[in-house]
Design a protein around this ligand. Structure first.
Ligand code: ZN
Length: 133
């Protein structure tokens, strides 16, 4: 039995001592989530609905990663938990208590409501970058 697992949590960039580079690529990044029922948790998030250039695409892949880095800095602001993350995890019985799993997620700015997923995807399409998987 596989079911989607959803929650929404405040989030911020991970501690820089642990993560010098929290943005993996144009559709994957690490954020720290404040889940009320657990300790604060660093999780890898795959941005739902975003198709960034793949590894082999070189410069465009770097460009997409830089774009996401810019977004999290721009919207990171001064509040302690500047983002909201909605995660969608496919959970099965054997992985129910997985603590560092990769989640499909939507990320948005609490201050202005900008949605990272929508803006990233729109930017990549506008640039005409090759679509990854
Ligand atoms: Zn914002």
């Amino acid at each position: 039995m596989v079911e989607p697992f959803l929650f929404i949590a405040p989030a911020r960039l991970p501690d820089r001592r642990d993560f010098t580079e929290p943005v993996t690529d144009g559709d994957t990044l690490w954020l720290q989530l404040d889940r009320h029922d657990r300790a604060k948790q660093d999780v890898s998030l795959r941005l739902e609905g975003v198709h960034a250039p793949d590894r082999e695409d070189g410069p465009t892949r770097d460009g997409a990663r830089a774009w996401v880095q810019s977004w999290v800095v721009t919207h990171g602001g001064v509040t302690k938990w500047p983002f909201l993350v909605q995660t969608i995890r496919i959970r099965d019985e054997s992985h129910e208590i997985m603590t560092l799993g990769r989640y499909l997620a939507r990320v948005w700015c609490r201050e202005c409501g900008a949605v990272l997923n929508d803006q990233a995807e729109a930017w990549y399409r506008m640039m005409g970058w090759p679509v990854g998987r």
